[in-house]
Write a protein that binds this ligand. Structure first.
Ligand code: GDP
Ligand code: MG
Length: 170
């Protein structure tokens, strides 16, 4: 049997946007309300995408790392998920900071990443419209997903799979 393709994915975004919750949702199809915000973890996940066996390595960043550690995370990753919280405008503004960091470290290579607006279940306190998210993704030339780690809406699995496909196409 052919051996698995390996892909390394790191998740970035302001503290509290739901990076850990999204990863846990993807991996277990469950939602965990409280997750140690200071915890940095890596997960391995074996799956099949388009009939091909893929070994995913996933890094959940904690956002407390010093610049050197953060740079190390970017070097390590082959693809990235930048997450913001649709109820937190500041987290949306942070997206560009993360994108610039990725560009900085990976240059002259193009960075493979997707943009995820999380907490779509909290529409009543929304501060970032779907259109704003789509517009930013168009500007940054990346795929965009709005979803909720809490309810599972927005096809989180597909977002992760699409990123894997993009990594493999490079
Ligand atoms: P991280 O710091 O980016 O890893 O964020 P966490 O995964 O620790 O989540 C921060 C807080 O937001 C926690 O209280 C979660 O329960 C909550 N949270 C995460 N995702 C969602 C979501 O999709 N909907 C709602 N309502 N709350 C969420
Ligand atoms: Mg976390």
């Amino acid at each position: 049997m052919a051996k698995s393709t390996e892909v390394k994915i790191a998740v970035f975004g302001r503290a509290g946007v739901g990076k850990s919750a999204l990863l846990v949702r993807f991996l277990t199809k469950r939602f965990i309300w409280e997750y140690d915000p200071t915890l940095e973890s890596t997960y391995r996940h074996q799956t099949t995408i388009d009939d091909e066996s893929v070994a995913m390595e996933l890094l959940d960043t904690a956002g407390q790392e010093d610049p050197l550690q953060r740079e190390g995370h970017v070097r390590w990753g082959e693809g990235f998920i930048i997450v913001y919280d649709i109820t937190d405008k500041g987290s949306f503004e942070d997206v560009l900071t993360f994108k610039n960091l990725l560009d900085e470290v990976k240059k002259p290579k193009n960075v493979t990443f997707i943009l995820v607006g999380n907490k779509a279940d909290l529409g009543h306190s929304r501060q970032v419209s779907t259109e704003e998210g789509e517009k930013l993704a168009t500007e940054l030339a990346c795929a965009f997903y709005e979803c909720s780690a809490c309810t599972g809406e927005g096809n989180i699995t597909e977002a992760f799979y699409e990123l894997c496909r993009e990594i493999r196409r490079r």
